[in-house]
Design a protein around this ligand. Structure first.
Ligand SMILES: Cc1cc2nc3c(=O)[nH]c(=O)nc-3n(C[C@H](O)[C@H](O)[C@H](O)COP(=O)(O)O)c2cc1C
Ligand code: SF4
Length: 493
């Protein structure tokens, strides 16, 4: 798939029909399948092809993990969280794939307000489970076919557990990211002994997840966070770096440790299927009050590029799925049941991870139509699904940019067997039941369709709680909304 740099961005809201959508894809040289969701009984309404904790999810609609940077400073539960989990329950999705990233130890938080999965916070987590489950049962009659996972994480390079200051811990020294995120010392590299202590934290976290009723734990391997970074630790010496076997040793250790603990909880993994070299706003096309379009960082001094996963080491502007397929095969061997796909990192390749018309304040303007990145994820997932082991439920991501056409594309992708289920992220923050409405043949509430303004990312990048400020009245009324507008004006996001 080519990556044109000069195509104008066509606003999805200006497309009047499915034919217009197909025509735009043709113009862009991409293939995105789409069919009217009301053509036949929706495939999204069929049960998902997986059994987790003895339950088959009642449909193929999934809520992606989304945290709100809104816990207490000891990683505990707040009213904003209670509201978000209730809305997840009301969404009609039958799989809650992670709910939100939960740090397995306080120092591994991505922000001072991230949820921590600990004994101290167990009652709060149980309460969130109860809120989500009863909200779902009240609206849909039963929660017996609702599957809920907890996403376990250590934020590694992107740790900010105490303030806005980075307190990065890394898998290896990275020639570009170290500069960008102020990693200055080898002491920030995890030692093998520290990894073994961390594996124990995952085992404890999984026990808590089981105790409070989660159906599975998602061992997060995405977005540049620690375990994802380890998958790209080609240059690291010792037993957790170098070979594919060494780079996947942590996952195998966590799974074996949880089983040795006598914990029968099921497993999921969220994986960035592919990545690219970090991007930045083009300085030649940036001006005060206007971020430039995204371009790759200069990687000429870092070839072969042995610092990533799912990226071509000879040309890191290209993706390479060879090891991705191997990792997915390993997931099958380990008995992992849920593979929630994603791509890149919101910190250094946000265009891959969250295709958007408007960038977050630490991002860049789209260099080309974001539909191209939507298509990139759909086709990577299609390839992975085609070779995935039996019994692994493969979930697609990055659909929110499709807006009015999200239901059309989700329907077509599931019908074609390119993914087993469709995950929704930002679209849920503004309109929780969007995909469930479409699957049931109800008309969409157009006013609350996410337009990818990125405020839910810009807010936390600037120390504010996340939420859909433009479209969700709960956040629109907050004083932070005015603050956000100022921030966006200043940086030109
Ligand atoms: C506010 C916000 C919080 C997020 N938090 C998480 C998270 O905790 N864990 C995770 O794996 N992904 C997280 N993501 C990424 C989403 O799960 C999803 O992959 C991304 O938004 C792309 O899907 P979409 O196009 O449907 O929004 C977050 C995204 C947003 C916008
Ligand atoms: S702030 Fe709201 S409209 Fe903007 S990207 Fe986030 S969910 Fe979508």
């Amino acid at each position: 798939m080519s990556t044109p740099t000069s195509n104008p961005l066509v606003r999805i809201s200006t497309l009047k029909s499915l034919d217009d959508f197909h025509a735009l894809c043709t113009t862009l040289g991409i293939e995105i399948p789409a069919m009217a969701p009301d053509d036949a009984p929706s495939p999204l309404a069929e049960p998902a092809p997986v059994v987790v904790n003895g339950k088959r999810p009642g449909n193929r609609i999934v809520i992606h993990p989304m945290e709100g940077w809104d816990g207490t400073t000891t990683g505990g539960v707040t009213d904003e969280m209670r509201r978000r989990w209730r809305r997840f329950g009301e969404s009609g999705a039958k799989m809650i794939c992670g709910a939100e990233a939960m740090a397995v130890c306080p120092d591994g938080r991505a922000n001072p307000n991230q949820l921590v999965i600990s004994e101290e916070n167990k009652a709060g987590l149980a309460e969130l489970m109860g809120i989500l489950t009863s909200a779902h049962a009240e609206r849909y009659g039963t929660a017996d076919d609702l599957v809920i996972g907890f996403q376990l994480t250590h934020s590694g390079r992107f740790c900010r557990p105490h303030s806005k200051q980075w307190e990065s811990r890394v898998a290896f020294r990275h020639p570009i990211l170290d500069r960008k995120f102020n990693v200055t010392s080898d002491a920030q590299v995890f030692t093998d002994a520290e990894i073994e202590e961390l594996i124990v934290c995952y085992i404890h976290a999984a026990r808590i997840a089981r105790d409070v009723g989660a159906d599975f734990v998602d061992i997060k391997h995405c977005h540049g966070y620690l375990l994802h970074e380890f998958l790209g630790a080609h240059t690291r010496p010792g037993k957790y770096g170098g070979s594919f076997e060494n780079r996947t040793r942590i996952l195998r250790g966590i799974v074996a440790g949880i089983r040795a603990d006598g914990n029968p909880i099921d497993f999921g993994v969220r994986l960035s299927l592919f990545d690219k070299v970090p991007h930045r706003p083009d300085p030649a096309r940036s001006q005060p009050g206007r971020l430039g379009p995204g371009i790759p960082e200069d990687f000429s001094a870092c070839l072969p590029y042995r610092y990533g996963f799912g990226v071509n080491e000879n040309d890191p502007t290209e993706i390479d799925l060879a090891e991705t397929h191997a990792f997915v095969g390993l997931c099958g061997e380990l008995g992992i049941k849920v593979l929630n796909t994603t791509a890149g990192s919101p910190y250094y390749t946000p265009h891959l991870q969250r295709p958007a018309a408007f960038p977050p304040s630490d991002g860049y303007q789209p260099a080309y139509d974001p539909l191209i990145d939507v298509a990139r994820q759909i086709h990577a997932v299609r390839k992975v699904k085609a070779r995935a082991p039996q019994g692994l439920c493969v979930i697609g991501s990055g659909y929110t940019y499709l807006q009015e056409f999200l239901p059309h594309v989700a329907t077509a992708v599931v019908r074609l067997g390119w993914a087993d289920a469709i995950g929704v992220g930002r679209a849920v923050l503004s309109y929780p039941a969007m995909l469930a409405d479409a699957a049931a043949g109800r008309p969409l509430e157009k006013k609350t369709i996410c337009r990818t303004f990125s405020d839910c990312t810009t807010a936390p990048r600037n120390g504010l709680v996340s939420g859909c400020y433009p479209l969700d009245k709960f956040y629109t009324q907050r004083p932070e909304f005015a603050q956000l507008k100022e921030i966006k004006k200043k940086v030109g996001a």
